[in-house]
Ligand binder design. Structure first.
Ligand code: GTQ
Length: 280
């Protein structure tokens, strides 16, 4: 008897019979069912992911993302994004598990309308120097390889202030998770665009160092007060960790963007740990 034997005592192991088949039909008429017909499936011995391995190549997708620029107006699409769709998760718009990701393109001078939703978002910039976001009135500029967050329910919009080149960044959201919990809400900003404060990158100015602001009300929201992580210091942190030792026994030199106040996750539900792969 192996450990995962569904015929063993302790697992559901009811056979078929004409009486049972008739009984199941009676239950179905009442929108009910017998647990033992599905118990082993809904309580598997170990996780049974529906997602399948897929390799998406940036070199293949980026030209298709650029194609969308003249095809749809930002004001009509809301956000002009090519999402990654796992063949095992199509109905959920998930790339893997309950995670959504997509490549968003913004043309020179474009600005998207402001909105907020229950899903939390992460952004990683692939190309273009003109990207900005406004999160709850705070404007943040992000360049290639920078990381930024849009915590759930914060008002946000973004755009590209470069005059010549598009921005392509990658969005990561917990949309499938939020929808699995029947918790999706969405609002368009009453003024359509936010009026940002005069200081740009104020979360970086306040929280990007190893010291925390003192003498002001302590940050207590469930997400990071720091909204952006420029690439260079992040890369430098990885290189320093690589000098410090082997890193994680499973993933080697890998780090986590962290809430500077708690050391915890930057948003409660999703994360995107940067990893350094040593030569070889
Ligand atoms: O920027 O808020 O790729 O709501 C998908 C859904 C981006 C966003 C996406 C979204 C966003």
């Amino acid at each position: 008897m192996n450990d995962y034997d569904d015929t063993r005592l302790g697992r559901a192991r009811v056979g078929d019979s004409p009486e049972l088949a008739a009984y199941y039909e009676e239950l179905a008429k009442q929108e009910a069912g017998a647990l033992w017909t599905v118990a082993n499936e809904i309580e598997p011995w170990y996780p049974q992911p529906r997602s399948v391995p897929v390799l998406w190549r940036y070199a293949d997708l980026a030209p298709l993302v650029r194609k969308a620029l003249p095809l749809v107006r930002a004001d009509d699409a809301g956000r002009r994004v090519v999402m990654l769709v796992n063949p095992g998760r199509r109905e959920l718009s998930a790339a893997v598990g309950l995670l959504y990701t997509g490549l968003q393109i913004m043309g020179p001078g474009e600005a998207m309308t402001a909105h907020r939703h229950q899903a939390a978002a992460l952004r990683f910039v692939h190309e273009g120097t003109g990207a900005w976001t406004i999160v709850d009135g705070q404007k943040l500029k992000v360049g290639p390889r920078d990381f930024a967050i849009t915590p759930n329910n914060t008002w946000h919009e973004h755009g590209n202030e470069a005059s010549d080149e598009p921005v392509i960044w990658q969005d990561g959201l917990d949309i499938p998770l939020v929808n699995a919990l029947d918790a999706g809400f969405y609002e368009v900003h009453p003024e359509l665009y936010q009026q940002p404060g005069t200081v740009v990158n104020s979360s970086l100015l306040s929280y990007a160092g190893t010291l925390l602001p003192y003498g002001v009300e302590k940050w207590s929201r469930p997400y990071s007060p720091l909204l952006g992580w420029p690439w260079e210091p992040s890369y430098e942190a990885l290189r320093r960790l690589a000098r410090a030792g082997e890193g994680s026994p499973y993933d080697g030199v890998i780090m986590e963007y962290a809430n500077p106040v708690t050391g915890g996750l930057v948003v409660p539900t999703i994360s995107a740990p940067p990893q350094l792969l040593r030569p070889g």
